[in-house]
Design a protein around this ligand. Structure first.
Ligand code: PGA
Length: 257
């Protein structure tokens, strides 16, 4: 982390978990144990149908609500999709874009990710852009090129001014939901490389202001060490964000000096 130049952001990603009633119960439990002073911004991304419930339930907790996906078209005949304007109107601040599960199961490509990034930015919200390599890519030594390509493709046409509102989440696919975490050094190294890619595109000043998160089995045990890496400015947390105590432990790890 480097709080001098950029925000530390701890974000939950609930994926397809938690009903509206469970969301309210979670907020009650969180209220009892949430630390008063937070050095980090905190948010939870919830299924689209529970956004309003979550915004109401988390209001007193200073936890923002994010979306897990968005469609890039403005409006029209796209049955089942949710637009950026709809999310913005509900009070959404952050939108996850290009999560590896969406790339793998729902045909998301670098091109659609880029369109979604623009849709989110055009509606004054902040995209959390996910990038990450598979195990076989890592084993073949392709990680640096692959990640640089994903970052460049996602940011195509994004101005330096708008880039300041983008968050990049480095999530090695082999570490998501597997209990296998990248070591702090492995994760830190890729996050440093992501910043170097951004620096090459936008210059040093802009690059140092961008929040880069790590995601992939982040938990109370490994959070402190991961967040101590100079270029890891937060976490995108799946499994551990479903349990209030674990989520709070990770927030506390982000409160380290
Ligand atoms: P995980 O998920 O923490 O359960 O590995 C992270 C993510 O997919 O964002």
């Amino acid at each position: 982390m480097n709080r001098r130049y950029r925000k530390t952001i701890i974000a939950g990603n609930w994926k397809m978990n938690m009903t509206a009633s469970e969301t309210r119960k979670f907020a009650e439990e969180l209220k009892a144990i949430m630390p008063r002073a937070k050095w980090c911004e905190t948010l939870i991304c919830v299924p689209a149908c529970n956004i309003s419930t979550a915004i109401k339930a988390f209001k007193d907790l200073r936890v923002s609500v994010g979306a897990e996906n968005v469609y890039f078209e403005e409006k029209g005949a796209y049955t089942g999709e949710v637009s950026a304007a709809m999310l913005k109107d509900l009070g959404v601040k952050y939108v996850i874009v290009g999560h590896s599960e969406r790339r793998e199961y729902f045909g998301e490509t670098n091109e659609t990710v880029n369109k979604k990034v623009h849709a989110v930015l055009d509606h004054d919200m902040n995209p959390i852009i996910c990038v990450g390599e598979s195990l076989s890519q890592r084993e073949q030594g392709l990680t640096p090129e692959w990640i640089a390509l994903q970052v460049k493709a996602a940011l195509a046409g994004v101005s330096a001014e708008k880039l300041r509102r983008c968050v990049i989440a480095y999530e090695p696919i082999w570490a998501i939901g597997t209990g296998k975490t990248a070591s702090a050094e492995q994760a830190g190294e890729v996050c440093t490389a992501i910043r170097a890619t951004i620096r090459a595109l936008y210059g040093a000043r802009v690059a140092r202001s961008v929040t880069i998160q790590y995601g992939g089995s982040m938990n109370p045990k490994n959070a402190f060490e991961l967040l101590a890496q100079p270029d890891i400015d937060g976490g995108l947390i799946g499994g551990a964000s479903l349990k209030p105590e674990q989520f709070v432990d990770i927030i506390n790890a982000a409160n380290q000096e």
